[in-house]
Design a protein around this ligand. Structure first.
Ligand SMILES: [Zn+2]
Length: 68
């Protein structure tokens, strides 16, 4: 089955097309390509539908300017 190989969790390209970096989140292995690693670092909320709970990652170490 071709779907069993690692693919970037964002763009879903496989390691034939891009280098893939392994990561682990909530005891599940994920893969991401270097092009989309910055999204995980800076905009994890964009990955919330791929990584359940990722929208909360930004609250701890990203300084959001939301002065009301
Ligand atoms: Zn990617």
């Amino acid at each position: 089955m071709m779907q069993n190989g690692p693919i970037c969790l964002y763009c879903e390209r496989d390691s034939d097309q891009v280098p893939l970096l392994a990561l682990k989140y909530q005891d599940v292995d994920f893969w991401i390509c270097p092009q989309h690693l910055p999204i995980l670092i800076h905009k994890p909320a964009q990955l919330a539908d791929k990584l359940p709970g990722a929208e909360f990652l930004s609250s701890s170490d990203v300084h959001v300017h939301n002065h009301d």
